[in-house]
Write a protein that binds this ligand. Structure first.
Ligand code: LR7
Ligand code: MN
Length: 576
């Protein structure tokens, strides 16, 4: 493995605490080459270099020794910190770590950057041999404001647990981290990268999110296969060969390792239970899903690749050519989220397959909160979801919209992504559900009879039909409001049968009560409308037309005539 990581190239720029940590690392590296447990306990390292100042790391290490007899975290053991016993400075560091990263950075800093891990593989994996010659990997690790020890441990795990001839490079893609707030990620990281010939650092010009960062990595990659990892992972022994071998079998196999859990609290390495693959809920969130019996009962061996309806998204390998062929990720996506389902649906529907490989294990730090929650991020997740739905879900997208309570956002233009789907000759979402994910329960709403879906906008001005609530049968509850393109109360489904409905509720009219919203099933007579060729909404029973008042706030019914106040554009899917 190239380069000399032991040179103290950036020592002078380091604060004292980091410096000592760095020295300890170097010391340990001499001891634990090839990841065998060091013979000298870390305690001695700390004692050999007594710090003159009250160095934080020095004391942390000593505290750690008091609770863990060996090196902290070796073989994936949990590290516990007796927080009340920490001194003021340590406590401050402990809390800051949690706050910044939403995991226990303090504990991570106590653990060797190259700790050995338990071998959690199915014992049968040890009998498998892989060809020497396999496609060569470029590992793409994207990061944003990542903790130093966690990031470097990820890099080391790849560097030292991948056969040299199968690892072309590790591309670290910095999604425009805040190098003032996270100074280690500035020049110290550059110096670190320079000391290993296989490492490359790419910095994106702005903070565009993980989807774009991954694509920058792919563009720079020179290997045959791209392997994506999050920046808080540990690749386990033998992780790479099974992934590459499966892609060598067929370049349209997209494969994920088993993702073990690294505890956000103790950094313990915990194997995941076997036989779980990726699924999703109709709100388009990812979840783990037990392998159905029709697979577990018919497979030859428990270490066979497991077909998986979806992947978690962060950790997978894909042939670079195949990834390019299927159009990578939708570049209209922002920041974070839903790229996992996009790639999942796309791979299956466009002729590839998605598998989890039982003999390949990588740990990932699972945390309960995201460290970068913001309004932009929430909007991005919403937008990305609608883009996935509009391109891949066909009419099943309405199940998603319903889960979202029809709350939509402006999702931009998806024309080119739909064209891509046509060009690639991809199958329907119905096919995907029937063949890839038959276990998924489909809500029993009927979305087969839709004529127009979305907002209903008046021709005279930017006002839309707005139902304040779904189940309140008061006439004032359907009105005209400025169109907001967010769906919700302005989201309607115009059906072939002539109902204007959202969920089970319809716009109805009686001369006595006026316009209001009521459960559709009991109101067929008063809830039927004609959406005429000149775009009038004509109520069938009364023959009257929906009319916007000239002050633009109220809706009323009057006899049909040629008047833009009676012309309604009910067109375009989603938020359009
Ligand atoms: O703006 C950002 N820019 C980034 O580069 C935000 C994040 N990132 C980086 C970040 O440093 C990390 O390396 O992107 C990576 C993923 O971000 P996380 O770790 O906050 O995401 P996550 O692990 O909580 O979420 C999962 O879903 C995401 C949806 O977009 C991504 O696909 C993640 O890669 C994915 N993680 C996994 O699949 C690991 C297994 C988790 C599960 C289930
Ligand atoms: Mn992650």
């Amino acid at each position: 493995n190239g380069g000399s990581g032991e040179r103290l190239i950036f020592a002078s720029r380091m604060p004292a605490g980091q410096m000592l940590r760095h020295l300890i690392e170097i010391h340990k590296k001499r001891l634990d080459l090839n990841d065998v447990a060091p013979k000298t306990p870390l305690r001695n390292v700390a004692l050999e270099k007594p710090s003159k100042s009250r160095d934080i790391m020095h004391f942390s290490v000593r505290k750690a020794q008091a609770v863990a007899p060996d090196h902290p975290g070796e073989y994936g053991r949990p590290v516990f910190v007796n927080v009340p016993k920490l001194n003021y400075k340590e406590k401050d560091e402990y809390e800051k770590g949690w706050k910044r990263y939403q995991f226990n950075e303090f504990v991570s800093n106590m653990i060797s950057l190259r700790r050995p891990l338990p071998d959690v593989r199915n014992p049968q994996c040890l009998n498998v041999t892989y060809p020497y010659s396999l496609p060569v990997a470029s590992v793409v690790i994207i990061f944003y404001n990542e903790a130093w020890s966690v990031l470097i441990r990820t890099v080391y795990s790849v560097l030292y647990r991948s056969p040299d001839h199968l690892l072309r490079e590790i591309l670290l893609v910095d999604d425009h981290s805040d190098v003032h707030g996270f100074p280690n990620l500035g020049r110290p990281l550059e110096a670190f990268v320079q000391s290993y010939s296989k490492l490359k650092l790419i910095r994106t010009e702005n903070h565009a999110g993980l989807i774009h960062a991954r694509m920058s990595g792919v563009k720079a990659a020179t290997g045959d296969v791209i392997v994506f990892l999050d920046s808080h992972c540990e690749a386990a022994e033998g992780w790479l060969e099974p992934l590459l071998a499966r892609i060598q079998d067929n370049s349209s196999n997209v494969v994920a390792p088993i993702i073990d859990k690294i505890s956000d609290k103790t950094f313990a390495y915990l194997p995941t239970p076997p036989d779980f693959v990726g699924g999703f809920h109709w709100d388009l969130t990812f979840h783990w899903h037990a392998l159905p019996t029709y697979i577990t009962q018919h497979r030859k061996s428990t270490i066979d690749p497991q077909p998986s309806p979806t992947i978690a998204g962060g950790l997978f390998a894909i042939s670079k050519d195949y990834f390019t062929h299927i159009g990578m990720y939708d570049p209209g996506k922002l920041y974070w989220g839903l790229e996992n389902l996009e790639i999942s649906f796309k791979v299956w529907m466009c002729g590839g397959s998605l598998e989890q490989i039982p003999c390949s294990h990588v740990g990932h730090v699972f945390r309960s909160h995201s460290p970068y929650q913001s309004k932009e991020l929430i909007d991005a997740v919403r937008r990305n979801g609608i883009r996935v739905a509009e391109v891949w879900l066909d009419d099943f997208k309405y199940h998603f919209y319903k889960k979202r309570r029809f709350l939509l956002v402006d999702y931009g233009d998806v024309t080119s992504r739909r064209e891509l789907r046509n060009q690639l000759n991809c199958k329907s979402f119905q096919w995907y559900l029937d063949n890839v994910y038959p276990e998924l329960e489909i809500p029993n709403d009927n979305f087969d009879d839709l004529r127009e879906v979305g907002q209903i906008r008046n021709k005279a001005g930017p006002l839309c039909i707005d139902g304040y609530g779904h189940n309140i049968n008061v006439s004032s509850h359907v009105a005209a409001w400025p169109c907001h393109k967010q769906g919700g109360n302005q989201f309607w489904m115009l059906t072939d049968a002539g109902q204007i409905r959202r969920n089970e509720y319809c716009i109805v009219y009686t001369p006595d009560l006026g316009l209001f919203i009521h459960a559709c099933n009991k109101t067929r007579y008063i809830s039927s409308w004609n959406y005429t060729r000149d775009k009038h909404l004509q109520h069938k029973a009364s023959r009257l037309c929906m009319t916007l008042s000239s002050d633009g706030r109220r809706l009323s019914m009057s006899s049909c005539r040629e008047n833009s106040l009676q012309v309604w554009n009910a067109s375009g899917p989603g938020a359009a």
